[in-house]
Design a protein around this ligand. Structure first.
Ligand code: SF4
Length: 183
């Protein structure tokens, strides 16, 4: 019988949610038995080669490339799961939403910040190849429909594991206290 196919990506996040996913330790051997991976930084497959059953998203959308990738995931995955606060609420990258217009954020980051060095020409990156920065950081559900939300920063490995196993097997998800506490 063919295995369910899983894809994952990191948008505007820190990769901590993927690191937490890998914290399932030796269960990674069970995972390989349970699912097949497609597009993911875990296997370094960069583009979808087939339709997937489950897409797992870390991070929100801070630029046009994030939006494009998220829309590709919605198109290619039957079920979309967001993991972590960045994907659910924008998280740390979304702190800029309440500080200043994007133009002021860029000036501070590239021109005025005390730690800016080696930018003698005072240039804000503007190469055509760069994705367009959005006016604010958007949580994933404001861009596409999301089916499931796994909270935490990062969600515990056990929580990600339990959720994935429940989705793949169709069994009820186990949520013992130790798995969902956030202290
Ligand atoms: S939710 Fe936390 S761990 Fe996950 S990408 Fe955001 S900052 Fe990193």
């Amino acid at each position: 019988m063919s295995k369910p196919i899983v894809a994952t990506t990191s948008l505007a996040g820190c990769f901590g949610c993927h690191m937490s996913f890998l914290d399932i330790d030796e269960r990674i051997l069970d995972l390989i038995e349970l699912v097949e991976f497609n597009k993911s930084p875990i296997d370094d497959i960069k583009t979808f080669t087939k339709k997937c059953d489950i897409g797992i998203i870390e991070g929100g959308c801070c630029n046009s490339e994030n939006v494009h990738v998220l829309q590709e995931f919605r198109k290619n995955c039957k079920t979309l799961v967001v993991i972590g606060e960045c994907a659910i609420m924008g998280g740390l990258p979304a702190l800029r939403n309440n500080v200043a217009p994007i133009s002021e954020c860029l000036e501070e980051a590239y021109l005025n910040c005390v730690s800016v060095q080696a930018n003698d020409e005072k240039i804000i990156p503007n190469d055509d190849e760069l994705p367009m920065i959005l006016d604010k950081v958007y949580p994933c559900h404001e861009v596409v429909k999301i089916d499931y939300f796994i909270p935490g920063c990062a969600p515990r490995a056990d929580l990600i594991w339990n959720a994935l196993v429940a989705l793949v097997t169709g069994n009820e998800m186990e949520l013992p206290y130790e798995v969902i506490k956030y202290d």
